[in-house]
Design a protein. Structure first.
Length: 181
């Protein structure tokens, strides 16, 4: 109907499309009508998922990952210990199938430390599929159940982390403009 009405763009937002049961059908239909998609997910992708994305002319995906440490991820996004292993498998499949990945990391009191960022940098540097790493501090959201003060990062910590990030020599782009701001 959107194509028939000459709607120029259809953008999926407000949630993770890959968490939807019929995401392959939805993306296939959208791309068949000429609506390219920007995909953002927190879900590790299997090889067949990446093949489906590539079949729908999706060659780049943003993956949100806030740490590679199980204990931090449990506090931040409440995932089990298999999550990190599955995410690393995602990167291997992406390399094999030539899918570019942009990483987004949100800093909270749980992961805003040099040890975590250094660990993430070392892990991400192993994969040629990683094209960028965007690191942003958590921000206030009136829709969040948690009180912002329970997870926010203080300014002094952000300054230390920014200094650390500026000294890195990555093979991919590191974006930290929101930390500088």
């Amino acid at each position: 109907k959107a194509k028939k009405e000459n709607i120029p763009n259809v953008l999926i937002s407000g949630g993770d499309i890959l968490a939807t049961k019929n995401w392959k059908i939805i993306l296939s239909k959208l791309t068949s009508f000429g609506y390219p998609q920007i995909i953002s997910t927190k879900i590790p992708l299997r090889e067949d998922d990446i093949i489906s994305l590539k079949n729908n002319i999706i060659n780049r995906v943003q993956i949100s990952i806030d740490s590679f440490e199980d204990s931090e991820l449990l506090d931040i996004v409440r995932v089990n210990s298999l999550y990190v292993r599955k995410m690393k498998e995602t990167f291997k499949y992406a390399e094999k199938l030539d899918l570019s990945i942009d990483i987004k990391t949100v800093l909270t009191k749980y992961n805003a430390n040099i040890r975590t960022l250094k660990n993430m940098y070392q892990e991400l540097s192993k994969y040629k599929c990683i094209k960028s790493w965007n690191i942003v501090p958590a921000f206030f959201s009136s829709h969040n159940e948690l009180d912002y003060n329970t997870y926010k990062v203080n300014i002094e910590t952000l300054k230390v982390l920014l200094d650390f990030l500026k000294r890195l020599k990555p093979s991919f782009i590191i974006e930290y403009k929101k930390i500088e701001d």
